[in-house]
Design a protein around this ligand. Structure first.
Ligand code: ZN
Length: 175
């Protein structure tokens, strides 16, 4: 059952309150993700735990889970892509602050009074989890595994017809 997701929240306040925000969002309601999906059914479950770290930074520990149906780039059939992503974000107000973060914290750039778009954050986490070229595992793909790219060497054997034409033209223009 889908729980309602607030459109925007105040992440600075939620960090002070050490709040937890969780729910489900239909994948079809995420406009940047939807075009990348082979099938748009299903939901993403998210959980954001707000708080402060030992240096007083406002942080969000995120957990995003979903099963996405992507198109295998080898056989073009549907394939399952399980997302179970955990992350830690630190709220920062500028690039300088972002540079000072330890490696385990990813920056989330927000102005002092800027609200956090919950759906967009969930969508960002899903988009980051999608491989550039999704494929079935080698043994379970029905695709044309032998469809290799054309050999460039074979093309170079033949003279380029335009080059031949150009040579004829320059040769013939002297008269
Ligand atoms: Zn495949």
């Amino acid at each position: 059952m889908a729980r309602p997701t607030p459109e925007r929240v105040d992440p600075w306040l939620l960090s002070e309150q050490e709040a937890v925000l969780e729910g489900d969002i239909a994948l079809s309601a995420l406009p940047r993700l939807a075009p990348l999906l082979r099938e748009s059914g299903g939901e993403v479950s998210y959980r954001f735990r707000f708080g402060r770290d030992e240096h007083g930074r406002s942080v969000i520990h995120s957990s995003v889970k979903a099963e996405l149906r992507l198109e295998c780039q080898r056989c073009l059939n549907s394939m399952s892509h399980q997302v179970d992503a955990e992350g830690a974000l630190a709220l920062v107000r500028g690039p300088l602050e972002a540079e000072q973060l330890p490696r385990e914290l990813d920056p989330l750039l927000l102005q002092e009074k800027e609200l956090l778009q919950v759906r967009e954050l969930v969508e960002d986490e899903l988009l980051l989890s999608i491989p550039v070229s999704p494929r079935h595992a080698a043994g379970s793909c029905s695709g044309h595994r032998h469809r290799e790219p054309e050999e460039p060497a074979a093309q170079q054997e033949k003279p380029n017809p335009f080059a031949v034409l150009a040579a004829l033209k320059t040769g013939g223009n002297h008269s």
